[in-house]
Write a protein that binds this ligand. Structure first.
Ligand code: ZN
Length: 149
């Protein structure tokens, strides 16, 4: 790496690693474990759009170790996940047009990636939001807090 790397880029990396400052763009890497690499995501209420890029760096296909990134109010998580199971993998384990789902990526497996963008305009800084994977059996443990500030 060049030594003259801009300071702003270095600070950007630091912020992502420590989940500190509010940001508009997230990169989330998942693998063959039922977990997200982060427990909390802090997004900026000022963002015009919030973007989440999900990447699967594991070996397993989506049929056995698929993951998505889904955002909802904490109170809606369980119902979304249970009804999503019935919707099947062809619907990315999300009931079609579920109004409780704020945003979600596709279910992805080994080597795949997906990206979504959404506006935080309808979200509240006082609400308790969660991100989670709606793959059957994953949602109970594969989840974290999503904070808008
Ligand atoms: Zn998953």
């Amino acid at each position: 790496m060049p030594l003259h790397r801009p300071l702003s880029a270095a600070l950007g990396c630091l912020a992502t690693a420590q989940v500190a400052a509010a940001t508009c763009d997230f990169s989330v890497e998942v693998n063959d474990s039922m977990s997200f690499p982060i427990a909390e995501m802090v997004a900026g209420a000022h963002c015009e759009t919030i973007t989440v890029a999900l990447e699967h760096s594991g070996q397993l296909p989506k049929e056995t170790m698929g993951h998505n990134w889904t955002l909802a109010r904490a109170a809606d998580l369980q119902a979304i996940a249970i009804e999503g199971m019935g919707a099947g993998i062809e619907n990315d384990y999300i009931k079609p047009d579920d109004p409780r789902v704020i945003a979600h990526t596709r279910i992805i497996g080994s080597g795949e990636s997906d990206r979504i963008s959404f506006s935080p305009a309808g979200l509240s800084t006082d609400e308790d939001y969660r991100f989670f994977c709606s793959f059957p059996g994953h949602w109970a443990v594969m989840t974290g807090r999503f904070v808008l500030q």
